[in-house]
Structure formats: structure tokens, C-alpha cells
Design a protein around this ligand. Structure first.
Ligand SMILES: *Cc1c(COP(=O)(O)O)cnc(C)c1O
Length: 455
């Protein structure tokens, strides 16, 4: 409450009419003959929109499907071996090896989705009943669900202005039962890994990186998924590269990897993994089938070749937009813990509070620019099924322990997350936006932001 009202005061002070008028004058966007300086008339108030044809991003990966993916897929059809353990050479295995090499880890395992990758990572980390796992209050359901389905107890930490877990809120959530922290790199922005790793080291906790929204992102020169104890990725349609559905688990730790491989394939190790692990050091255990299909492996092997192109273009486009609006008075952008490694999925502005944010977004959409609040995630603690701890059967181990019964989710456990997600708004980048498109985004943001500043 205090913090948000003081942020708002700062915002209003910084974005005061004097500063706005100066920028308006510089950008030549004032009506010279009006007594008081006025901003250009907004489309939402009947003015001419910046664009006649609305601009919005499209899923990234499929825009780059070409002969490469076609050839890889055709190989699988012609081989008549769509199952990874049959046939001469597996596309899923080739993808795993290429992906591990690309991000700089010893081991990568292809699975059926990001969700099953998280379930596999939970098994690899031996998370079970009685264990607590700390995760951000703003992320995708799968992080919470994987913990609960393993029988563990999810404990939420607040996010900060990077939209990622706030390292300063982790330590007070640690109890003797805490076993791991999930650092999620959300909407293209890497989480601040150094303080997270430092806390984990001091408290003997494991760090799981969820890279589903940041494939290709880097933190201090290292690819996400190669920094914590174990990483997961998703290749669902809305991620950086895609095979429609798909996922991966990555790690340098051979014991975690063996447990992951066994868990994803009915408890066994098959060639080449059986040979790599010389039969393995673990026994079989109750497990699952999350094996990647050869068709999925084929498409992902092709998509991996496009990863740097997609990230490079997104990053460059986001930079152009940021440069174009950098001089706006009182501008506050989303925090980028490592600007070099950010993949530039979007450009988000702090509009001070929810009403102003919503007005900003409505006005931008009227200008023909698809704009929105932070997306692709849910404020999990206020989701009804989570607030009410609903499970398939009521006697689920997660919520049977004294801690599990006592823990309260809901709005009271994440006020800062609710505030931050409510006051930021922005535009999602597309790797194929043209200079004209980027120019239009900059013009529309400037127009609306300045009109709101003098209003
Ligand atoms: C998409 C996503 C997942 C789950 O991936 P699926 O492939 O959809 O199962 C997990 N975590 C985050 C942060 C995601 O965005």
C-alpha cells in the first residue's frame, strides 16, 4: 500500500506536465495554435490512429519453418521408425545432443512437454511428501502442479519489477522442509541468478531453472538451463522455438540425469543411455512415459538452428523500441537483470497503477498496436483451485502435513506481485516486425504516454 502509493507519487511527479511539455515540443507533436500545449489527439478520442491495420505478434517458431524442418520430418517418415529406441539414429537423441551442446550442459533429455519436464525434474531432485519448494507467485500452473503432483508443498515468493522471483523474498520462505527453489525466467527476461544461487548454497537447496519462456536467454554469458542444478524447457507453440508440444530437461549432474531418464521411460535405461551410464548407478522405480516422439525431435532439431536468429531479432527489435522511448519523462521500464542476455520478448512500462495501465492499453489498441499487461502466466495464489488447495482426491499428501494444512494462499500471500502485474503494460515483439512496425510502436507509445502525462 505504502510502496505503491509512493511509487505513484514519484511517477506523477516525474511525469509532470513541465517535463512532458518539453518532450512534446522537442518531438513537434503539439498543436502550435492552442493556448495550452496539447498532445496529438488520441485515436481513442476520435483522432487518427497510428496504424490503419492493427499490428500484433505471431507465434515465433512456425514463422521460420522451412526446408530444414521438412527434410528432418521426411527422414522420420521414410525411415518408418517414429519411435526413438527403434531405428538407426534417433532424431530425439540428435536434438538432445545438439541442444546440450548449444546451451553448454553435459546432458539434455527430450520429453513430451514443459509440464512433464517439470514432473521429471521433481523426480530427479527426489521431491516428495513433506518437501517444500519455493516458486514465484507469478508463473505458469505447471510449476505449482509439478510440485503438488510429486506430493510436495508449493511455497510462493513475491516477484519484483523484473516479473521474476524476488531474491529478497526467498530467504524468509525457507523452512527446515525446504528442498528446492524454482527460478522461472519469465517472458524473455532472465531471473537474477547470482543471489538465488547464493541463497541456495547457504541453505543447501537445489535450484531448478524453468526456461520455458526464455529459451536462448543468457545470464552473465551462460545460457539459462545451464546455471542451476537442473533446468527445464517447453517447446509448446507459444515458446521461442516450437514443435507444437515438447519439452526438455537439462543438467550437468549425471545422477540427476539418470533419475530423469529412468523416470521418463518406465524406470529403465535403454541404449545409448544404458551404455553412457554403464548400466547406471540407480535401480528402477515407479515412473512414467514422457518419451519424445521422433517427429517432435525432428522438428526441434530443425528449429534449434533458428534459435539464435529468433532471439537476435527479438532482442534488436526490443532495443529499437526502448531507444525510441527512452527520453519520455518519468519513464520506468521493466527491470532486466542482464540486458545482454534478455531475449527481448516485450517492452513493458510501469504506468503507476492499474487504472492508468488499463487506460494506456486501451489507448494503444485504438492506435492499432496490440498491447497488454504481463502475460503467459497466472498470479497463482489467487487462482481459485490453488487458493482452495483442490486436488483430484482431497486427501493429497501435499496438504495433509501440519504445514500443508496451515499454509494459506490467496491475495494476502502476494500483495506485491498483484501490484506489479497490475501496473505494467506493454507490447510483445515479433522477430519479423519491420522498421515501419517498430516505428509505429514507438510513435504510438510516445503519443499515448505523453497525452496521459499532460492529462
Ligand atoms: C509453458 C510453460 C510451462 C509448461 O510447458 P508446457 O509445454 O505447456 O507443458 C512451464 N513453465 C512455464 C513458465 C511456461 O511458460
Amino acid at each position: 500500500m505504502d510502496q505503491s502509493s509512493s511509487n505513484r507519487r514519484q511517477f506523477l511527479a516525474a511525469a509532470g506536465a513541465a517535463g512532458a511539455a518539453a518532450v512534446l515540443a522537442r518531438s513537434g507533436r503539439v498543436h502550435a495554435n492552442s493556448g495550452a500545449q496539447r498532445a496529438e489527439k488520441l485515436a481513442i478520442e476520435g483522432g487518427t490512429p497510428v496504424r490503419k491495420t492493427p499490428l500484433r505478434y505471431r507465434p515465433y517458431g512456425p514463422q521460420f519453418y522451412d526446408e530444414v524442418e521438412k527434410r528432418e520430418l521426411l527422414d522420420v517418415l521414410e525411415s518408418k521408425a517414429p519411435f526413438r529406441w527403434h531405428g538407426e539414429s534417433s532424431k530425439a537423441l540428435q536434438f538432445e545432443q545438439a541442444y546440450a551442446k548449444h546451451i553448454g550442459v553435459k546432458h539434455a533429455l527430450g520429453v513430451t512437454s514443459g509440464t512433464t519436464a517439470l514432473m521429471t525434474a521433481m523426480a530427479a531432485l527426489e521431491i516428495g511428501p513433506g518437501d517444500e519448494v519455493i516458486l514465484p507467485a507469478w508463473t505458469w500452473y505447471a510449476d505449482y502442479d509439478a510440485i503438488v503432483l510429486a506430493g510436495g508443498l508449493p511455497v510462493f515468493a513475491e516477484i519484483d519489477e523484473s516479473f521474476n522471483i524476488d531474491p529478497n523474498d526467498i530467504e524468509q520462505k525457507i523452512t527446515p522442509q525446504t528442498k528446492a527453489i524454482i527460478a522461472v525466467h519469465l517472458q524473455g527476461t532472465v531471473a537474477d541468478m547470482d543471489p538465488i544461487l547464493d541463497i541456495a548454497r547457504r541453505h543447501n537447496l537445489r535450484v531448478l531453472e524453468d526456461c520455458a519462456q526464455c529459451c536462448g536467454g543468457k545470464y552473465r554469458g551462460k545460457y539459462v538451463g545451464s546455471i542451476g542444478d537442473i533446468g527445464i524447457n517447453s517447446f509448446q507453440l507459444s515458446k521461442t522455438i516450437t514443435s507444437g508440444e515438447g519439452g526438455a530437461v537439462t543438467t550437468d549432474d549425471s545422477e540427476l540425469f539418470e533419475r530423469a531418464v529412468r523416470f521418463h521411460d518406465v524406470g529403465v535405461l535403454r541404449p545409448p543411455y544404458r551404455d553412457d551410464f554403464r548400466g547406471g548407478v540407480l535401480a528402477a522405480f515407479a515412473s512414467s512415459n514422457f518419451r519424445m516422439s521422433e517427429f517432435t525431435g525432428a522438428v526441434l532439431k530443425g528449429q534449434l538452428e533458428k534459435l539464435e536468429t529468433i532471439c537476435g531479432r527479438l532482442r534488436a527489435n526490443a532495443r529499437k523500441v526502448i531507444e525510441g522511448i527512452a527520453d519520455l519523462p518519468g519513464l520506468k521500464l521493466r527491470k532486466w537483470p542482464d540486458p545482454q542476455g534478455d531475449i527481448g520478448v516485450g517492452v513493458f512500462l510501469d504506468m503507476g497503477n492499474r487504472q492508468r495501465r488499463d487506460r494506456f492499453l486501451r489507448a494503444l489498441r485504438a492506435e492499432g498496436i496490440h498491447a497488454g499487461g504481463p502475460g503467459g502466466s497466472v498470479i497463482l495464489p489467487v487462482d481459485k483451485r490453488i487458493e482452495n488447495k483442490v486436488t483430484v482426491v482431497a486427501r493429497w499428501p501435499s496438504f495433509q502435513s501440519p504445514r500443508g494444512r496451515a499454509i494459506r494462499y490467496g491475495a494476502a500471500c502476494c500483495p506485491r506481485t498483484l501490484d506489479i502485474i497490475g501496473r505494467f503494460g506493454g507490447v510483445i515483439m515479433d522477430p519479423n516486425f519491420t522498421d515501419q512496425d517498430l516505428d509505429d510502436i514507438v510513435r504510438a507509445i510516445r503519443k499515448v504516454f505523453l497525452a496521459m502525462a499532460v492529462a
